[in-house]
Design a protein around this ligand. Structure first.
Ligand code: GLC
Ligand code: CA
Length: 513
């Protein structure tokens, strides 16, 4: 692995609309973010993932990019962005941007050019069928809006036309290009030009949106050979031109690391290990994950799937563990603040690069049934503005109409929690500070010692032993640690070595040395 800084990185994810509004127009902005860099640093974070900051009509929260070489004026000027980047760097904070490679906005100039009725230089930059009257099976399309004879294939919402990286299996040669065609190659080179533009400007890398979506008809998510070939080519470009830059994928499969990503998000889908830990619910909405105190989770299933994923990726990349993200329901209120501590402690003491979604450090809650804004739909409830204080709009904005309703909560705000030594905020700081003192946590040493049914999860990181009990009842882990083993970090009551093994209090997390 060529990159060095990612190993000890701890990220803070900022959704720019919602973080801090400096000019009272109701939207967060660059100046607002710059003013909060010290706060981010105070948490123990040394990196930021910034959700899309590009010029966009915001029909999917900015994941519909109109101009890839321009910042959104909603967030400020080009100079404001550069100042944000420079100030972050001066404080020792890296910044990765959100790269949206698979699709543009339907208002993107290259797309509009490709949509004209006569062939031109952009004709093959996007995927167009040659028939405006039907939709090819297995695809989503958009027809009747532009004069080109055909329909445009969309990658996500109908406002997001798919860029043409070609097809692996070509079924319809009249409009599907091979991923090895010149047209597909040109799209890839265009993408590299976007990356170079922002890296030259100082960005430290990218979180890559829908990274597995480039080449069509490319097989299973765990394979995607042609898409992987493209990313390996892009990674080679980075390694030679920008060796410090990192690529973090939204792919959620070990294949991402084989495809050249430095890290990949283990997201809340595909029944993956992260879901087994804290996300899974049954059809009725009842929690069936390891951290659900009803004991319906399956620690062993988690251990098995995590081990498998980790073994496949540990030599070449990292698992990115999220507290949540802009697409995912926040863990609160499903879990109490006490449970959140256990979850954060577990997530971040397993081998990973931690990602904290803004507000999760204070336990901001997912707001159910929040009316959708900018096609957030049910994701909108995770995007409410940051809760800084008990002032107007929780200190986020002085506007009379912030872009989303703000939650004012006496306990769940930064100001209140700063003052309270026992707050979740101060817990997060302590956890990250502790994690930083022990190189075991950023090593590839991991051994699950015991995890059966409802019994506590136990794992070793080098010479450290971690014991977690998510249930409301005391448990015994039939695992021995030295009788004098010292607890060096705990959530709740410390576990204690006993004759039968380790006696683990309800709702507790302990690290023994
Ligand atoms: C990713 C983003 C999500 C966006 C989608 C389409 O999943 O995280 O917010 O809507 O891609 O770009
Ligand atoms: Ca603003």
């Amino acid at each position: 692995m060529t990159n060095t800084w990612l190993k000890s990185a701890v990220f803070y994810e900022i959704y720019p609309n919602s973080f801090m509004d400096s000019n009272g127009d109701g939207y967060g902005d660059f100046k607002g973010m710059t003013s909060k860099l010290d706060y981010i640093k105070s948490l123990g974070c040394n990196a930021i993932w910034l959700n899309p900051h590009y010029d966009s009509p915001f029909k999917d929260g900015g994941y519909d990019v109109r101009d890839y070489f321009k910042v959104s004026s909603r967030f400020g000027t080009e100079a404001d962005f550069d100042e944000f980047l420079a100030t972050a760097h001066a404080k020792g904070i890296k910044v990765i941007l959100d790269l949206v490679p698979g699709h543009t906005s339907e208002e993107n100039a290259d797309f509009l050019r490709s949509a004209e009725s006569t062939p031109n230089e952009m004709y093959d930059r996007f995927i167009w069928t040659d028939d405006p009257w039907s939709c090819p099976q297995g695809f989503k399309n958009n027809s009747g809006r532009f004069d080109r004879h055909g329909s445009s294939i969309v990658n996500f919402f109908c406002t997001q036309p798919a860029l043409n990286y070609g097809f692996n299996r070509v079924d319809e040669p009249s409009w599907q290009h091979s991923y090895k065609s010149e047209a597909a190659f040109k799209t890839r080179e265009w993408l590299k030009s976007v990356m170079r533009f922002w890296l030259d400007r100082g960005a430290d890398g990218f979180r890559v949106d829908m990274a597995d979506s480039l080449v069509k008809n490319d097989g299973e998510q765990s394979e995607k050979p042609a898409t992987s070939e493209i990313w390996r080519d892009i990674r080679a470009m980075l390694d030679s031109e920008y060796p410090d830059a990192v690529l973090v994928s939204e792919w959620a499969n070990p294949q991402a690391i084989r495809a050249g990503f430095h890290a990949d998000f283990m997201l809340n889908h595909h029944a993956n290990p992260y879901s087994k830990l804290a996300r899974m619910q049954d059809e009725k909405g009842e929690g069936i994950s390891y951290f659900d105190a009803n004991g319906k989770g399956d620690a062993q299933a988690f251990v098995k799937s995590f081990t498998d994923w980790f073994e496949q990726t540990k030599n070449d990349g990292y698992i990115a563990h999220i507290t949540c993200n802009h697409d995912t329901p926040r863990l609160a209120p499903r879990y109490s603040q006490e449970q959140l501590r256990l979850i954060y402690a577990t997530l971040f003491t397993l081998p990973c690069v931690p990602f904290i979604y803004y507000g999760d450090e204070i336990g901001m809650k997912y707001v159910k049934d929040m009316p959708s804004v900018e096609c957030g739909f049910n994701r909108t409830g995770s995007r409410t503005p940051m809760q800084w204080s008990m002032e107007k709009n929780a200190g986020f904005s002085t506007s009379d109409k912030p872009f989303l309703p703000v939650v004012n909560d006496k306990q769940i705000n930064v100001q209140a929690q700063e003052k309270d030594k026992k707050s979740l905020l101060n817990f997060m700081r302590a956890l990250l500070a502790f994690r930083k003192t022990r190189k075991e946590f950023i090593s590839t040493d991991l051994e699950f010692v015991h995890a059966k049914g409802e019994e506590p999860l136990v794992y070793k990181r080098g010479g450290l032993t971690v014991v977690v009990n998510p249930l409301n009842v005391k448990q015994v882990a039939p695992v021995k640690v030295a009788p004098k083993a010292k607890a060096i970090f705990a959530v709740g009551k410390e576990a204690k070595p006993s004759k039968e093994g380790i006696s683990v209090p309800p709702l507790s997390f302990t690290v023994f040395e």
